[in-house]
Design a protein around this ligand. Sequence first.
Ligand code: COI
Length: 350
Amino acid sequence: MEHTISITEQAERKVTDTKSIPFGKVPTEHMFVAEYKDGEWHNAQVVPLHDLTLSPLALCLHYGQTVFEGMKAFVTEEGKINIFRIDKHHDRFSKSLHRMCMPAVPKKLFIDAIHNLVKLDADWVPREADGSLYIRPFMIATEDRIGVKVSDEFLFMVVCSPAFQYYTKPLKVKVETTYVRAAQGGTGAAKCGGNYGGAFLPTQLAREAGYDQVLWTDSIHHEFIEESGTMNAMFYFDNVLVTPQLSGTILDGVTRDTLLALAREKGIVVEERHISYHELVRAFNEGKRVEAFGAGTAAVVAPIETIAIGHKEYTCYTGADAVMFRLQKELYDIRRGIVPDTHKWNYIIN
Ligand code: COI
């Protein structure tokens, strides 16, 4: 079914100094919203940003039927706007929605919604090389009913906010062996709100202990690395880029996928497999140079300088010649149209 998107433009356009805005704090002037009812999407519109009116009985407020995505738009060297890997984000959104019993958003509706919104708020896409427009598509269950059930009504929305560096310095992380993020058969691979809410307490405890984030381990052995806070986890040692395999408990990160593809192209050996923290301890104890970093849309490449395993802290390599920075530069250059986009990852808004 074709969806017509109506556009209501805000009269006044005032883009301020986007660089000083903390991540996610200031939304752009417009939003996209569509309603799902009677088995169909209705009223797709780009409108001035406004608060929602929601029944206190809305199912999303009680049972966590929510899913979101995070993607970015950039200004290319030629001054065009580029939305990076919109197809892959739609693909992951669809999988998350399926896992959470929520209705699919047709790809055309997803792309048209984001295209029209970003085009209208194009002045908000930072021009600086380290800036981007963070795009947040999301869906919530809106049926008003206290009974535990799959909602029959939903809102699909998109909001945007200018973004610069998510982490401003190399991270100190703690390998978490008490709390778990996800277990086999759970929702670990879905980008649903509950995964993030459940991570708050362990992350807060790690912060109180002096760390920025936790490195999650598996739910059975509490030994194999899963992912970190808001990012996938990657390591480079023994000339190999190693990252946990997509086992159903971690997120299928778009940045993860991008960096692995770029690494393979550069002839770097890539392994997607189990990584025991004992293996990391061995590498550190043998005096090997170990790079560790997070990979995520918001964080991009986030270098890790310290990993706490048990009561010991280990120092990772973060020198300027680190492999992670080579990959990061390649990614930046593709997104900005500085090098050819051979993978067709860029979606250019004309
Ligand atoms: C992202 O990297 O896009 C995320 O969703 C992580 C975080 C901002 C929640």
